[in-house]
Design a protein around this ligand. Sequence first.
Ligand code: NAD
Length: 357
Amino acid sequence: MKEFEYNVLPSRVIFGSGSVKKLPDEIKRLNVSRPLLLSTPGKSNYTNQLSDILQAASIAVAGTFPHAKQHTPASVTEEATAVLNSIEADCVVSIGGGSVVGLGKAVSIRTGVPHISIPTTYSGSEMTPILGETQDGKKTTRSDPKILPAVVIYDADFTMTLPPAICSTSGINAIAHAVEALYAKNANPITSMLALEGIKALAESLPQIVLDPKSRSPRDQALYGAWLCGTVLGSSSMGLHHKLCHVLGGSFSLPHAETHTIVLPHALSYNAPAIPEQMAKLAIVLPGSNGDALTGLELLLEKLQVPRALKDFGMKESDIDKATEIATGNQYPNPRELEPEWIRELIRRAWAGEAPK
Ligand code: NAD
């Protein structure tokens, strides 16, 4: 076995249907009492449910802020921080997808108040010490263990309303974290085991969610898979796939999970010749692979009927060159050397919705 280093990130996870009822205990355990509840617009049903649970436990909600946006714009964070200070809230509770988790992280790292996260998509952000923020159309990312939420409550009951189409793209977003963890520069047997288990759980459960959106057990299994994929995202260096999605999302305002879903087969196909061992392991956990992970991934994407072309989300053909330039502009760890001409072709195919090369 090769030498390796493994850093365990501090995180407390409460998992299970109905576990949101443990929120008051978690707030008390952190020695705080005045939560600010964060959500994306239109999700007041979530914050109302949390308010009821907290009030029943004699915890008064200090306020709500339902304005989280994708890619964590700095202006929204400043607004939320001003609200937190004005109402003297002493902790934040984020409920929703990666957008609101990002806002919770951004407010917590600026103010020092603890953050409890209740994720309702599979983005995995809640398990990472990474915060990506946008200002003036540019996305910057920083990493600090203090960015990690103090507690994460995974309650699949809150994912029952997540439409199968969002489950699918969000689930592929999670799978992408685990795929890149398999060939990360700092990959190790523990992260690889978690990554493969996470991919297996999602590859099995996502098609079941599409077939029967009301069934509870695949929702549980998908959230479990997303947790594991988020965990490896938090402790592994990411390569070409995440770099491309970061550039496309941050510079061209493309939607996060859909972009990951469209780019993943292209990025994996590009790296495949350099990672035969990882491809073989991946094939084992992707149903219907017949020993070929790219076939297994394609089959999964077909079953989920996910979008396949970046042009359908507003990216212009003229953006391809700029995206190539930014994505190949600086070095980052990737198993296959970045060849600008091939990266351009990769982006062009993803833009057009063509099959990977
Ligand atoms: P999102 O949070 O924007 O959610 C997508 C949509 O799903 C939204 O309209 C939301 O309101 C809706 N939604 C969420 N939960 C729902 C539910 N249970 N029922 C019905 N609708 C629901 O998108 P996302 O893909 O979860 O997260 C994307 C954001 O997360 C991006 O800003 C991305 O940069 C960030 N992210 C960060 C990290 C990290 O480690 N820092 C990792 C992954 C994603």
